[in-house]
Design a protein around this ligand. Sequence first.
Ligand code: IVH
Length: 676
Amino acid sequence: MTSQKRILELREQLHEHNRKYYVLNSPDISDMEFDMLMRELQDLEALHPEMYDANSPTQRVGSDITKGFVQVAHKYPMLSLGNTYSKTEVAEFYERVRRALNEDFEVCCELKFDGTSISLTYVDGKFVQAVTRGDGEKGDDVTANVKTIRSVPLVLSGSGYPQEFEIRGEVLMPWQVFDMLNKEREAAEEPLFANPRNAASGTLKLQDSSVVAKRKLDAFLYYMLGDELPCDGHYENLKMAEQWGFKISDVTKKCKSLDEIFEYIDKLDVERKNLPFATDGIVIKVNSIRQQKNLGYTAKSPRWAIAYKFQTERAVTRLNEVTYQVGRTGVVTPVANLDPVQLSGTIVKRASLHNADIIEKLDLHIGDMVYVEKGGEIIPKITGVDLDSRILIGDKVRFITKCPECGTPLVRYNGEAAHYCTNDTGCSPQIKARIEHFVTREAMNIDSLGPETIELLYNLGLVKNIADLYSLQPEELMFLPRMGTKSAENIVAGIAASKNVPFERVLFALGIRFVGATVAKRLARAFHNIDSLMSATLPELMAVDEIGERIAMSVQQFFAKNDNIALIEQLRFAGVQFELAPEVLSEHTEILKGKSIVISGVFVKHSRDEYKAMIEKNGGKNVASVSKATSFILAGENMGPSKLEKAQKLGIELVGEDDFLSMLEAENSSEFNPEN
Ligand code: IVH
């Protein structure tokens, strides 16, 4: 078989396996077999760039090309739905429809998915575009990002689909993915997403679709539009769409009476709690499209549909005490200790009170009956006080002024809501949390050391800071409770192995405030070693891509402390890496220094990822969209027409891949300057 034929065969097979896995939930090959087919296709496509297909299954991995989103006008406006919160209002809607139609009608009841809406366009059975709701008239073209969602078919299966149509639905982040993402963000000290809806819409708007691909979004489709839809029934159209490969909820149901609708609402209000994704209500739609057209629209929403919103689950319980937790960076978080209460399937005993302002706003008193809600957040929160049940007033809750662990007066920085304990070298929970952070997989990867052992070692005075880890001996560990010779040796070996962890991860492991893994990488690449970083001035730090004043000041404050300098010396003495490896350094040049480069099109010699890495290694910056500030465009085949037009208008040079590669081979940047 020719490679070309094999490419086509593999594409077809992988589209089908994707559908079985992500839409039907019934894969018939193993993940490994799937990966092997995918790899084979990737290799063949790399050898045959002339076979490029924007809808190939390989395109789902996302490209790291960053681009501003292009705004696209919706062919049909994306309206919202009227909301109701009671069955009476649902009955009123039903009655309005009945009177307006004056004939029999059915409704389709569906889940109201709590994500972000999307409109997908298909032409000749192929996915061509995904646009967000935007302002309803026009939205952002997020095609590249949506391609990474495995349950969105790139090529339709079966037959009977209209030559061109739109299908709308909701992009979701499943609970499991949401929880994991927030855990990672917490570890990297990045702000948490409040709920899966924000996480889904935030992810869909990311510039880097390879990051989107990692976030594992999902999509349910619930509404089809076009001039030649197969059926008059909305429900029937969705069933057809399911055949073509779209993910349609299997709890969607046609109802013929108000009682059936109420039954559906009651059933789903219970069942939804076990679903792997968030929902916030039920949508009720008149099923016949002819009847939908008859009913028409108000300015904002269709007259043929309505949303019934579920009550947010809320419990009332007694506030017994407010305690305070000190985190790794010294942030003090107030925690409400409550009488245990059942909420959304779990028993809640503690809830976050976030910060002093929130306590003040709630006017909390010990003994108050408080409302607790989960509302998407991982940790339940207190949303109010039941003032009617306040008979005896307890002590007013006042935010503490001293650290509950070490007694240091707390400080509140300008513009921040949090209070901090600044005793970072003497406050035990901060030290223990820093050691825990130091050993994590993303940092020094000493996975033989768990939090309990760290607690024990700290309490026994064997490890008082991260550097002490490197002088631990197996004999000291062996006699600890629940520790054998083997585990002790494993721990010491794990610590020794961490001396090979590259500088950028060591920098992250130090736990400098606001220096997450990505920032650490940027700093390491810019300053090459710890000594240059320690002596960097504020402007020098801020000259690094994406490092602003907040991060730069935090880095300076960290190195201004003698205790931290001593710690670094101790780590250096132990053999921890404090400079970039020579291989990394030698590849780094300044040939593209000061250049902002846009990558566009399809390449033959290297992938976009590789070109991006080359730009960065040579001191350049890969930027999102074409602007006046763009130095040149690294242009492959089939460059996007809008980019091309903009480049021509602004007179920005296009550099082909061969020229780009020889530019990097040139000994110094003056030999080739595309701006001349
Ligand atoms: S139908 C013209 N069906 O709710 C009506 N919307 O306020 C088009 N949503 O923006 C929408 N689940 O993001 C429809 N089963 C469902 C839905 C649903 C969630 C969202 C959608 C829309 C909002 C309406």
